[in-house]
Structure formats: C-alpha cells, structure tokens
Design a protein around this ligand. Structure first.
Ligand code: ADP
Length: 221
C-alpha cells in the first residue's frame, strides 16, 4: 500500500504512522524525522532545516522534495510506504504525483486525521519524543511512559521538541491552514481522500484508520 497521512501538527500522525506502518508492513517515512536525524548528525541539510523548523515554518521545497524522493527510492520502500508529513503543500503534492507517475506507481489513499484545534494545542504541549527513535511518541497525560522520561519501547531518553513551544506551534498551525489544508481538496478531487476523527485512544484511532483504508483500497481495486 502507498498511503499519505495528513492532519494538523499534534493530530497524532507520527503515533498513528508508527503503528499503521507496522500493521501494514510498510516503512514509515516521516520528513520531520528525516530532518531531525539530519539535525542531530549536523549535516548541511540539517543545518538549513533547523532554522525553519524551530520557527514553525515549512522547510523550502527544493530541500524537502529531493530528500523525500531519495527516501522513497530506497529498497525497503519498493513495495509500499506510508508518508507522514509529506506532501505539505500543493507544490509538494504535484511533485509527488510526477514522481509516482515516473515510477509507474500510484497512491492507494490519503488519510486525513481530523482533530479540533484546542485538542491539538493540549497534545503538543505535553508531547515527549524518544531521542533514539523519534517515532516513539508519548504524552505526559494522555500516553504516559511506564517510567517517567524513559521510552517504553527502547529505553531511550524522552525529550520535548524544540518546535513544541507556544509560539512555534501557533506558526505551525497557520502554516497548516494556509499551505497544507489545500492538499486535502486536491486529493479529494482525485478520489483518494479518507477522513477519520483522530479523537479517542491511540488504538481506537488506529482501528478506525485501518478500517477506513481497507474500505478505500477495496473500492479502488
Ligand atoms: P508536526 O506534524 O507535529 O508539525 P513534523 O515532525 O511532521 O511535525 O514536522 C516538523 C517540522 O519539520 C515542520 O514544522 C517543518 O518545519 C518541517 N517539515 C516536515 N515535513 C516537511 C515538509 N514536507 N515540507 C516542509 N517542511 C517540513
């Protein structure tokens, strides 16, 4: 399956993507995680991305599109992938379409995670990520690790993202409304959109997501 995940920051894309990718046996490709890996390794790409990310702004397309394509061309992604955080604007969505056409492949569905804005702010404020694997995401109230500050899955140290500040979150939400939301209409026109509510427990949302994606795939086949 080839799936795109969309939703505002804090909708739980990363959390759901991690579980969905395991369930569907496809790699989870997160442009945010790729940028964060580049930042921690101090690569030139990471240095460039960091200033945009900390401010809550989108990293320029020239940098992002190339990085996403390189990742999709890796061997483990040959049979499918789950894109989390890409595309994030119409230019990226069009670049992705061109890439897929070039490769002779297509998307099976675009999963839109809907969540009210006040919930998003609460989720982001308490979010903690694992330093060893950014796909391991916790929350100080809603999804507590068994031991405070320690990742349940791999024992890594939990930390708060530098763009999870109030100011950066406000900018990220603005960027989402002005730049990312238009891709929802774009995918709706292509008949690919599946919208589910991202409210409720993590595993309830996962169940909803799997059911919605399977229904979509059966309709497409
Ligand atoms: P969230 O969905 O919570 O905002 P991500 O980890 O997906 O978190 O993204 C964090 C930041 O990384 C974004 O605010 C942006 O600066 C950058 N980023 C991630 N994906 C993209 C993308 N496709 N295009 C541009 N910038 C991106």
């Amino acid at each position: 399956m080839r799936i795109v995940l969309v939703g505002p920051p804090g909708a739980g894309k990363g959390t759901q993507a991690h579980v969905l990718a395991k369930t569907l046996s496809i790699p989870h490709i997160s442009t945010g995680d790729l940028f964060r890996a580049n930042i921690s390794q101090g690569t030139p790409l990471g240095v460039e991305a960091k200033s945009y990310m900390d401010a809550g702004r989108l990293v320029p397309d020239e940098v992002t599109i190339g990085m996403a394509k390189d990742r999709m061309l890796q061997e483990d992604a040959a049979g499918g992938f789950l894109l989390d955080g890409f595309p994030r604007n119409l230019g990226q969505a069009e670049a992705l379409d061109a890439f897929l056409t070039e490769q002779g492949i297509a998307l099976d569905g675009v999963l839109d995670l809907e969540v009210p804005e006040d919930e998003v702010v609460k989720r982001i404020a308490g979010r903690r990520l694992c330093r060893k694997n950014g796909a391991h995401v916790f929350h100080v109230v809603y999804n507590q690790p068994k031991t405070e500050g320690v990742c349940d899955e791999c024992g890594g140290e939990l930390y708060q993202r530098s763009d999870d500040t109030e100011e950066a979150v406000r900018v990220r939400l603005e960027e989402y409304h002005s730049k990312t939301e238009p891709i929802i209409g774009y995918y709706q026109e292509q008949g690919l959109l599946v919208t589910i509510s991202a409210l409720g427990k993590v595993d309830e949302v996962t169940e909803r997501a799997v059911a919605a994606l399977e229904q979509k795939k059966n309709k497409n086949d």
